[in-house]
Design a protein around this ligand. Structure first.
Ligand SMILES: [Zn+2]
Length: 281
């Protein structure tokens, strides 16, 4: 997708784009997904779209695409699904559209007022900003950087944790938010120490993933710690943290698939970090 910022600033072009647009309707983080050969988003012609704020997502080879936050349309052979359920099964274009639409719709819903003066704000520039009705200030969608890291011993073992709210057996990589004035690498080291009391070095960036629950950008890293370190849940976020070797993780299931050790499903960057590390063994 071309996000096409030029059209956002041109009300005439924006109105024209709507006439030939396809529209993704989103509600509470879900959209209607058709399940033929493989899942795909159901996009409506703009003259069939429900009323609602028009959020311009950009254009691809087939033309402009908008999102509207409204009650989901009903379609035969299609049903409402969220990013967690279907994100990994959609193709790249559809997964990108859904993340963009859900993230933008969440932000609009959560920011009705100006953070300077408290007056109502209204969408502007195709939904890419909100503008204060009293002082005219622009407010931009917010993205919160978070770090997520696979901590390993430089050899055959890594540390995973289980959050207190998760069922027994469900494990994932450690993660946390970047604080003001902190680099992402510093956040990795601080979060690992806070969560499991382990000191890391050799922090290396791997990849990132937008995660609109509600507005994170997950920055994926690996970090190394001493193989003699003993991880222990420290700040109350984790109920359990321990070492795993590659054999144990190769034999593990994914979340929701049954008993025993389970690691994240393919929608998450945690899965990517773990899988990548397993393949390096
Ligand atoms: Zn204001």
């Amino acid at each position: 997708m071309d996000r096409d910022a030029a059209t956002r600033d041109d009300p005439v072009a924006l109105a024209e784009a709507w006439l030939s647009a396809r529209v993704l309707v989103v509600a509470d983080g879900t959209a209607v997904v058709a399940e033929d050969d493989r899942p795909r988003l159901v996009l409506l012609p703009s003259d069939e779209a429900p009323d609602g704020e028009r959020l311009y997502l950009g254009r691809d080879d087939d033309g402009p695409v908008f999102a509207v936050a409204a009650a989901l349309p009903r379609r035969m052979g299609a049903r409402p699904l969220g990013l967690r359920e279907v994100g990994a099964l959609l193709d790249d274009r559809d997964a990108g559209l859904l993340v963009h639409a859900v993230g933008l719709a969440n932000w609009h819903a959560a920011h009705p007022s100006c953070s300077r003066c408290g007056a109502p704000t209204e969408p502007a520039r195709g939904g890419s900003v909100r503008r204060c009705t009293a002082d005219g200030s622009d407010h931009f969608p917010r993205t919160d950087p978070a770090v997520i890291m696979l901590v390993h011993d430089g050899s055959d073992r890594c540390i995973l944790g289980r959050q207190a709210a998760w069922p027994a057996g469900r494990f994932s990589t450690l993660a946390g938010f970047v604080e003001p004035g902190e680099s992402a690498e510093q956040a990795v080291a601080r979060e690992v120490f806070e969560e499991v009391g382990v000191v890391v070095d050799d922090v290396r960036y791997v990849a990132s993933q937008p995660w609109p629950f509600p507005s994170s950008l997950m920055l994926g890293f690996t970090a190394r710690c001493d193989g003699d370190a003993v991880p222990a849940p420290a700040d109350g976020e984790l109920a359990e943290a321990r070492w795993f070797d590659r054999d144990e993780l190769h034999a593990a299931g994914t979340w929701g698939t049954g008993r025993g050790v389970q690691t994240p499903s393919a929608v998450s960057i945690a899965w990517h970090l773990i899988t990548r590390w397993l393949e390096q063994g």
